[in-house]
Design a protein around this ligand. Structure first.
Ligand code: HEC
Ligand code: HEC
Ligand code: HEC
Ligand code: HEC
Length: 129
């Protein structure tokens, strides 16, 4: 084995070991949402294949991770470094009139409804674990 070959093998091992770190940073291992932000959740966390949604939606992060300025949507700008609750509080406030539960339901359910695909019934998203 030449030195060059050995270098390539070591490099591949390092890259393979780091891959899960990059992937989890991209949110890709998310399969079900954890309702931690709600004070006393009544339902099991919603099933949400995050990775598949990136594919369904042509990698447009800003559809869900949006940014608003003075109440106006900033097209193309995205906020995946923030949680929904960072902007949508549990109770409506003047700064953001849409509370967290409505924000999730309006985003998820409305898109499925409008496109005629994806779950729209309670038990289809809040699937028992
Ligand atoms: C398209 C998927 C979807 C559908 C359909 C849906 N939900 Fe949700 N719901 C969510 C998501 C996402 C959240 C926020 C994160 C979480 O709790 O998993 C949420 C949060 C909630 C919460 C607040 C958290 C908690 O557990 O207390 C309640 C209550 C709730 N949903 C009830 C319902 C009821 C009742 C229905 C049917 C009328 C319903 N949901 C339909 C996706 C959905
Ligand atoms: C269909 C909606 C949707 C799309 C499209 C989407 N995300 Fe997300 N993403 C979510 C939701 C919902 C969460 C959970 C947010 C929360 O907990 O407040 C999330 C969480 C994340 C997280 C945190 C992961 C974790 O495990 O905590 C990252 C990072 C992320 N998304 C990146 C991205 C990137 C990058 C893109 C575009 C390539 C993208 N998302 C596209 C809805 C989406
Ligand atoms: C950087 C702050 C911020 C983040 C992060 C954020 N939002 Fe919003 N969102 C807003 C603001 C501001 C509005 C406008 C509210 C209004 O004026 O009615 C809005 C509006 C909405 C609306 C109504 C308009 C529309 O696009 O349908 C939904 C639904 C929504 N947000 C869901 C979510 C969900 C779910 C998440 C997490 C994936 C999220 N938002 C993350 C600030 C944010
Ligand atoms: C902008 C559109 C859009 C948004 C927002 C969206 N989805 Fe979806 N979702 C889709 C589409 C499109 C499909 C179906 C794709 C297919 O099967 O062809 C889907 C499918 C699903 C499925 C079934 C997955 C499967 O493999 O059969 C679940 C569960 C789901 N969505 C949950 C959610 C939850 C929870 C949210 C909010 C956090 C959400 N979705 C937000 C477009 C969206």
């Amino acid at each position: 084995m030449t030195c060059k070959h050995r270098f390539i093998i070591v490099l591949s091992v390092v890259v393979a070991a780091l891959l899960p770190v990059f992937c989890s940073y991209a949110g890709q291992d998310l399969e079900r949402l954890d309702p931690w932000a709600f004070e006393s959740p009544k339902r099991p966390g919603a099933v949400f294949p995050h990775d598949d949604h990136m594919m369904f939606l042509d990698d447009d992060c800003s559809i869900c991770h949006h940014v608003y300025e003075n109440g106006e949507l900033v097209p193309g700008d995205s906020s995946e470094d923030l949680y929904c609750i960072d902007c949508h509080s549990l109770k409506p406030v003047p700064d953001n009139p849409m509370p967290l539960e409505a924000a999730y339901h309006n985003l998820c359910r409305d898109c499925h409804f409008d496109r005629g695909t994806g779950p729209v019934l309670c038990g289809e998203c809040h699937v028992k674990e």
